[in-house]
Design a protein around this ligand. Structure first.
Ligand SMILES: Nc1ncnc2c1ncn2[C@@H]1O[C@H](COP(=O)(O)OP(=O)(O)OP(=O)(O)O)[C@@H](O)[C@H]1O
Length: 745
């Protein structure tokens, strides 16, 4: 770029910043005005206390409007302040096919129009025209907008790094945002929170972010391929596209735990959007089971049990079965039976030799008139009908009792006679009232339990009994009889409860993001589809990162179908961005059937494996490595153990030699610096350096451990160290020795 061109760019930046400053002033002035009006209305509201309810309602309505306006302007000011530091990061000069003049299009985190002319000085990265920045180099290009497809040519493509209003660098590039830039972005030390990738979104990622034609987008990609980043940027895109209909309150992120939720909480605010709602599946479990007289095993307790050495094989069989789509199928069939033919077992109801409810009436109401309601509500309706039919009968019996009591002459007080007649009639009718109560009550816990008694689940569905059924039913019944519902039974129970009682539908949620999709089973997806029936979905995951032992994950194609039927797009990302070339090659080799993954080709040292004599020596070596990492300028260091018990042991062993934070609870925040953390809480996160604790035969030898080891190692951006005593994990021992180096103690 020549001197003259550089001067033009500097002048353009100065002009843009001047506009930004002016607009900040105007917006602040407006913001003050809104604040004062709001304060005035509030004063009026308090003064008018006791006035008519119409006035009060009017004032509340005014305050709400003023509050909304004020918060909108506040958000605008926040966005402009960000733009004051870095107004744009890209430019394309685009000439439409039938126009000879190319128009420069500057691209930033938000749009900015000239106050006088109304011309766009900056285009929001989500604007249709901006998509060309991510999709094309110089040459032919096109973009879609409401008017159709606009084609033409990109004459110039320029990228900038502007920090605190100063250009740090700018250069022209022929290609898409290429590896050199990525290497620079990714070579830096990780921050305490995840960041936006808005200035280097890749073409394959851009396609996912901007898709508007599918109800469900399912993204599968290797570790570090940007799945979480893409999902969050897609949310920002959808919020921009559909501002009228979609707000942050209509979008929900289902994250694996609060540690992860905290880690990603910066991305949307960084690009000027409000944070959307966040929930974990555990939150839903807690809310739905408050009234259920059972204790629900938490995910952490399950993980700690099954990640320990020698987990119970019987329990493993139970987990495999309950998480399978085979079980989802038989459970669904059983629920269909409960909602239909189950009622055929209900008898006719007789009182004093007279039929008050014929047997066919059960079916008539249950599967006919009330069939649109969940079974529990249908039975409540039938109970009301029965109570109405009983009313005349109860009245007649009371009358008869009163007459008898009066005739006997034992009692003369009319009030007492009435009360006695009521009691006698109630006692006489108790068998039938009890029967009605029992026949019109569906107790969720005992119905759930009874599926596992006497092979009922299979007898009623006609599906062949599986091999391990004896173990499975004994495991289930024993646990429920002890008042505990095992973790693997929670999703089946919630689905069972939801179908029978009705799901607490969240109609205002219009888009749901599911991260770590490999954690969910078929039944989880069936529950989610019921909870959010008006939602579109972005679901991202990596089957290779399955860290829940013995769980059978739902196939993404099946899950997509449950959520969106035919309107589902399954997308595969193929490039990984997080780790250095060497770490990525090492991690890929841990998976025998790994798909080919491209990398950014960022070089770094080979992963280092160290054998130590005992845990004490491991603590000493770790302390030295951590210090050396800090000396080299790496700021985030993850010491990752298989489970929380091991993380705690290392934490205690390290004592004061390393100033670290132990993170072992799902509700914890994400801490920056040196973190000791179990595998299942580390997934989704990333660290400059990862130290894998106890990478030995005891911890990592079963097939399921392979995925845990892979997940842990893929958390590393720049440095990877593995420690073991006795025998190295066979998953590492089997890979090429060229992929790592061995350190001597
Ligand atoms: N286009 C991009 N430009 C720059 N950095 C990127 C890009 N895409 C992804 N990254 C970076 O790569 C890292 C991994 O991204 P992210 O966590 O979104 O991947 P993921 O696929 O969800 O990973 P995992 O499945 O391993 O948790 C992050 O540091 C992210 O900022």
């Amino acid at each position: 770029m020549d001197q003259e061109e550089q001067q033009i760019e500097l002048a353009r930046l100065a002009e843009t910043l001047c506009q930004v400053r002016q607009q900040i002033e105007i917006s602040e002035h407006t913001s003050n005005k809104h604040r004062h009006s709001l304060q005035a209305t509030m004063k009026e509201y308090w003064k008018a206390g006791g006035g008519s309810s119409t006035d009060e309602a009017q004032l509340i309505e005014t305050m709400n409007r003023q509050r909304a306006l004020s918060s909108h302007v506040h958000q605008t000011v926040g966005q402009l302040r960000k733009m004051q530091k870095s107004p744009y990061f890209g430019r394309i000069d685009f000439a439409e096919a039938d126009l000879c003049q190319a128009e420069p299009i500057y691209i930033g985190i938000g749009s900015l129009a000239d106050l006088e002319t109304g011309d766009f000085l900056i285009y929001d990265w989500r604007a249709p025209v901006s998509s060309m920045f991510y999709d094309y180099g110089r040459g032919h290009a096109s973009y879609h907008c409401p008017a159709g497809t606009i084609a033409g040519a990109i004459i110039l493509k320029r990228q900038y790094k502007i920090v605190d209003g100063q250009i740090e660098y700018m250069f022209d590039s022929d290609l898409k945002i290429d590896d050199e830039i990525l290497q620079q972005i990714l070579g830096k030390s990780a921050d305490d929170k995840m960041h936006t990738i808005v200035n280097s979104i890749q073409r394959e990622q851009n396609q996912i972010i901007r898709d508007q034609t599918h109800k469900v987008i399912f993204v599968e990609g290797p570790a570090g391929s940007g799945k979480t980043s893409v999902a969050l940027h897609r949310v920002a895109f959808l919020l921009y596209q559909d501002r009228e209909k979609l707000t942050a309150q209509n979008v929900l992120i289902l994250s694996p735990n609060h540690v992860f939720g905290d880690y990603i909480s910066n991305v949307l605010p960084e690009i000027g959007e409000e944070n959307v709602l966040q929930m974990t599946f555990q939150d839903y479990v807690s809310r739905s089971t408050a009234q259920i007289p059972l204790q629900f095993e938490t995910r952490t307790v399950y993980l700690e049990r099954m990640l320990a050495a020698n987990p119970s094989r019987k329990r493993a069989a139970n987990i495999r079965f309950k998480s399978s789509s085979r079980f989802a199928q038989v459970l669904t069939r059983y629920l269909e039976w409960l909602a239909s033919d189950w009622i055929n077992e209900h008898p006719a109801l007789m009182v004093q030799g007279e039929t008050i409810f014929r047997q066919d009436e059960w079916r008539h109401y249950y599967t006919g008139s009330f069939c649109m309601m969940p079974p529990v509500l249908r039975l409540e309706k039938i109970r009301t009908i029965l109570q109405n039919r009983m009313r005349d009968l109860v009245h007649a019996i009371r009358q008869e009792k009163m007459e008898k009591l009066a005739a006997s002459g034992e009692e003369v007080n009319e009030k007492v006679i009435k009360a006695l007649a009521r009691i006698q009639a109630r006692d006489e009718l108790r068998p039938i009232t009890d029967q009605i109560e029992q026949l019109t009550t569906l107790d969720i816990v005992s119905e759930f339990k009874s599926m596992f008694k006497d092979d009922r689940l299979y007898l009623k569905t006609g599906i062949p009994i599986p091999d391990e059924w004896q173990i499975i039913k004994t495991q289930t019944l024993r646990s429920i009889c002890q008042g505990l519902l095992s973790y693997e039974d929670i999703a089946p129970f919630l689905y069972f409860q939801g179908v029978l009682q009705g799901f607490p539908v969240k109609a205002d949620i219009k888009h749901v993001v599911i991260d770590e999709a490999q954690d969910y089973t078929t039944l989880h997806y069936k529950i989610l589809a019921q909870l959010f029936p008006h939602s579109s979905w972005t679901v991202v995951g990596d089957p290779a990162q399955l860290v829940q032992p013995f769980f059978e994950l739902a196939s993404f194609a099946e899950a997509g179908y449950i959520l969106g039927g035919e309107q589902t797009l399954l997308f595969r990302l193929t490039k990984s961005y997080r780790s250095t070339r060497e770490i990525q090659a090492f991690c890929q080799s841990l998976l025998p059937d790994a798909k080919q993954v491209q990398s950014v080709n960022r070089p770094g040292p080979l992963p280092t494996i160290t054998q130590v004599e005992n845990p004490q020596e491991m603590a000493l070596v770790i302390a030295e490595t951590v210090q050396s990492m800090l000396d080299q300028g790496w700021r985030s260091i993850g010491l990752i153990a298989k489970n929380a018990a091991q993380a705690m042991a290392v934490y205690l062993m390290l004592g004061d030699s390393v100033r670290s934070t132990l993170v072992t609870k799902e509700e914890d925040d994400f801490y920056h610096g040196i973190v000791i953390i179990p595998s299942y809480l580390a997934k989704g996160l990333e660290f400059d350096a990862v130290l894998v604790l106890n990478a030995d035969l005891v911890n990592y030898s079963h097939e399921q451990d392979r995925h845990i080891l892979y997940t842990i190692c893929t958390r590393a951006l720049h440095r990877l160290y593995l420690y073991y005593t006795d025998t190295l994990s066979p998953f590492i021992a089997q890979i090429s020795k060229d992929l790592y180096q061995i350190a001597k103690v």
